[in-house]
Write a protein that binds this ligand. Sequence first.
Ligand SMILES: C[S@@+](CC[C@H](N)C(=O)[O-])C[C@H]1O[C@@H](n2cnc3c(N)ncnc32)[C@H](O)[C@@H]1O
Length: 192
Amino acid sequence: MPTPSGPSPATWPLVVAPGQPQKPASSPGCSTGSPPTGTPPTQPAGTIRYATPSPAANPLPQGTCLEIGSGTGQFTCLLASVFATVISVDLSEEMLRQAAGRSPARVRADASALPVADASIAAVAAIDMLLFPTETARVLAPDGVLLWINQLGQDGPLYLPAEDVAVALPGHWMATEAEAGWGTWACMRRTH
Ligand SMILES: C[S@@+](CC[C@H](N)C(=O)[O-])C[C@H]1O[C@@H](n2cnc3c(N)ncnc32)[C@H](O)[C@@H]1O
């Protein structure tokens, strides 16, 4: 596991205050669906487990975000508030049909064979999605990021800790990883 070095990491925008359930920043017309019901976990939301230095020193790259396994598009609007272009990719035509009101750019494709040029994408977002490490590494630009997000954190059926994601990805990667409410997220970057 990478060892933290340098200044203490600041929290990232998706991290919420301790003790609060995850509630994404609101954007006009952005429907993110209902949050889980029940009592939120008591762990301090946004606990950084290991991290690169301050995100101010590592801003998210500008460009196109490829949302793989986009489903009904409940998070597309949130991604669109950060990235200039979001392309929703899903294998299911029905999912893409249901996402029509939320995502203007939808592509039916298998995430194991993305119809995208090498090194052309600023961010791959995988939210409650399987990991496709080879294709993710292929399509990301050298400074591109993988956003690996699990709404139910370790209780989610597709959860993988960032350490395991980093090992699965070709090459060497670092992660900023945090818990937020019920969920976990990690921002993964190539180190070289
Ligand atoms: C658990 S859902 C998550 C949907 C969405 N990301 C969300 O959080 O609401 C997983 C999605 O991945 C899609 N999917 C599964 N395998 C896929 C593949 N090989 N390529 C593209 N999409 C895939 C499914 O159709 C489904 O919409």
